[in-house]
Design a protein around this ligand. Structure first.
Ligand code: XMP
Ligand code: MG
Length: 172
């Protein structure tokens, strides 16, 4: 049984998510936005973020897989579930749990860039900047964190701990 140590408390998370929601609301004032959540890790972040966005917002979800283990992204990304509608002319915000090497987001920026959206932004709750391999940055970042494996608030270790309200570091 691993030991879980709180890295970011539920209070810290809620405060920061509200700030990001306000930032997005101000930036897209008067315009509709589409939030695209990357399953499954971003589901909880998306649902909290959406309630802090005072705009006409719709949701969609995608699923991706990367070859290799969860902890070590190998480089190849595959789209397992696409969006239901074209994003042409829309204000699209890709919502992700963690920006790590950046491979997943580089791939998704290419995929969604091809839809010719009006705007294409990235909201990442966490950013492990040390691990970046691709030149990509999020437009909205919750917290920069060190290179530690984290769980909770949607994030998992072998599908467990997604329901924890705090973000925790797993200590083996
Ligand atoms: P890349 O490297 O493509 O990877 O930016 C992003 C994806 O890797 C997963 N990831 C984690 N998942 N705890 C998790 O539960 C972590 O500490 C962690 N680090 C990376 C995550 O799914 C993200 O979408
Ligand atoms: Mg993920």
């Amino acid at each position: 049984m691993p030991n879980l140590k709180v890295l970011l408390s539920r209070e810290q998370i809620q405060k920061r998510v509200a700030e990001i929601g306000a930032e997005i609301s101000a930036e897209f004032q008067g315009q509709p936005v589409v939030l695209i959540g990357v399953l499954k890790g971003a589901a909880i972040f998306l649902s909290d973020l959406a309630r802090n966005i005072a705009l006409d917002a719709t949701f969609d979800f995608i699923a991706v897989s990367s070859y290799g283990s969860e902890k070590q992204t190998s480089g190849e990304v595959k789209l397992n579930k696409d969006v239901d509608n074209s994003m042409e002319g829309k204000n699209v915000i890709l919502v992700e749990d963690i920006l790590d090497t950046g491979l997943t987001m580089s791939y998704l920026m290419k995929v969604f860039g091809a839809h010719h959206p009006k705007a294409l932004k990235i909201a990442a709750l966490l950013d492990k900047t040390e691990r970046r391999k691709m030149p990509i940055r999020a437009d909205y970042v919750g917290f920069e964190i060190p290179d530690k494996f984290v769980v909770g608030y949607g994030m998992d270790a072998a599908e467990r701990y997604r329901n924890l309200p705090d973000i925790c570091v797993v200590e083996e």
